[in-house]
Design a protein around this ligand. Structure first.
Ligand code: PMP
Length: 426
């Protein structure tokens, strides 16, 4: 075994893994465009956009240049009492790009932290207004919002990775998962369930928190955007805030710049992350409306008591601005449409495989759902032997490729997914 891998196995904790690890990870030496180059010289297409973030591919010359240029000025200064152009430009860009009405931006270090901040904003808003009973969140099952404790409390309570923490996490209000299918007709009985749940719990609810249109790490499920309109209407009517977590869906992934656009809805609080920096550095943001910010500032404690050390990091902000700049000409829209067509065509044969329950595509997201849990060792071997890097979970083999992935590379990814579905269900 490579000396580095020996040390890795002995000392390094990997995501969602045991210590020591039971399966050694692959050692990556370089990444360029859509390809990862491993220590043994193997090249793999990064069909995951490195956990959905690297939308422009690796080592993009514009992003590399932005990072170098910023490092030549300053890599970091504290954000308490100081400010700087990269952060100011980023906040302004986000206000321009997100749904109308979101005007204030809290920059933070990761998606989970941005959800923490979102929930803190909502809880503090009601506290400031003297509505101290409004301390719970409502969400639908099948969601995922991060691994720190308050975000864990709004993740799916059964299927998620956090079932272990029942009794420790705050107990939130759960409704059933939204009926599947982006194009599926609205199910009126489900609308009634949503409306009734919000009505019934309104006095104790601070906010409704959901991933709009795509439930990602909770199961890669899509739903009709009309349910978001229902949530907006009922939360407004019953004095409950609405939070959209667009950490996975933001920056074009679903075919709209933000998934909220599919519904034409502005929530009160909005989280972005992942592709914000083109996948270069860790940064996320929580946006809110003036109503939320004003409410908080009217409270006994008029400040938002949150301030990470690396808040507004100039390197991350500069590369985020460059990434947003690359998206500004709108060509991502054609690329995502092209990827959607290629995934739809390429994954169609999977629907014929016995043992495949569902094949679904939305924007640059392609999912093959099996009737059994994925054997990770077999899946990884089948995929990597075909030059493709994917990280299936549960019963799902899925891809979220970088927008720059060529048709030829998309064909390799979809062929590898179909082959994997066949091998796993044989
Ligand atoms: N919300 C959503 C919708 C996510 O997909 C994720 C990450 N998969 C998070 C929150 C948490 O983000 P992070 O891993 O950056 O903490």
């Amino acid at each position: 075994m490579h000396e580095l891998l020996r040390l890795d196995t002995r000392h390094v904790w990997h995501p969602y893994g045991p210590m020591p690890a039971t399966v050694p990870p692959l050692l990556v030496e370089e990444a360029s465009g859509v390809r990862l180059r491993l220590a043994d010289g193997t090249e793999l297409i990064d069909g995951m956009s490195s956990w959905w973030a690297v939308v422009h591919g690796h080592r993009h010359p514009v992003l590399d240049a932005a990072l170098r240029e910023q490092a030549g000025r300053m890599s970091h200064v504290m954000f308490g009492g100081l400010t700087h152009e990269p952060a100011i430009r980023l906040a302004t860009n986000l206000v321009d790009l997100t749904p109308d009405g979101l005007e204030h931006v809290f920059l933070c270090d990761s998606g989970s932290v941005s959800v923490e901040v979102a929930l803190k904003m909502c809880l503090q808003y009601w506290r400031s207004l003297g509505r101290t009973k409004k301390t719970r969140m409502l969400t639908w099952r099948g969601g995922y919002h991060g691994d720190t404790f308050h975000p864990m409390s709004v993740c799916d309570p059964e299927g998620g990775m956090h079932a272990l923490w029942r009794g420790v996490l705050p107990e939130q209000v759960f409704v059933p998962e939204p009926p599947p299918g982006f194009d599926a007709p609205v199910d009126q009985s489900y609308v009634d369930v949503l409306v009734r749940a919000v009505e019934e719990h309104a006095d104790e609810l601070a906010a409704v928190v959901v991933e709009p249109v795509v439930q990602g790490a909770g199961g890669m499920r899509f739903h009709n955007p009309d349910y978001l309109r229902v949530l907006r209407e009922v939360t407004e009517r019953h004095d409950v805030l609405l939070v959209f977590d667009e950490i996975a869906t933001g920056f074009g992934r679903t075919g709209a710049f933000f998934a909220a656009e599919h519904a034409g809805v502005t929530p009160d609080v909005f989280c972005v992350g992942k592709a914000l920096t083109g996948g270069y550095l860790t940064m996320a943001a929580t946006l809110c409306t003036p109503r939320v910010a004003d409410g908080i500032s009217r409270g006994e404690v008029p400040v938002l008591a949150h301030g990470p050390t690396f808040m507004g990091n100039p390197l991350a902000a500069a590369v985020a601005n460059a990434s947003i700049g690359l998206l500004a000409d709108g060509s991502w829209r054609d690329e995502v449409r092209r990827i959607e067509r290629a995934l739809t065509e390429g994954l169609a044969p999977a629907a014929e495989v016995p043992g495949v329950l569902d094949v679904r595509v939305l924007g640059a997201i392609g999912v093959v759902q099996l009737d059994r849990p994925v054997d990770m060792a077999v899946a990884t071997e089948t995929l990597t032997s075909r030059g493709v890097w994917l990280r299936p979970f549960r019963d799902l083999v899925y891809t979220m490729p970088p927008y720059v992935t060529s048709d030829a590379d998309l064909a390799l990814v979809t062929e590898a997914m179909v082959a994997t579905a066949r091998v796993l269900t044989a």
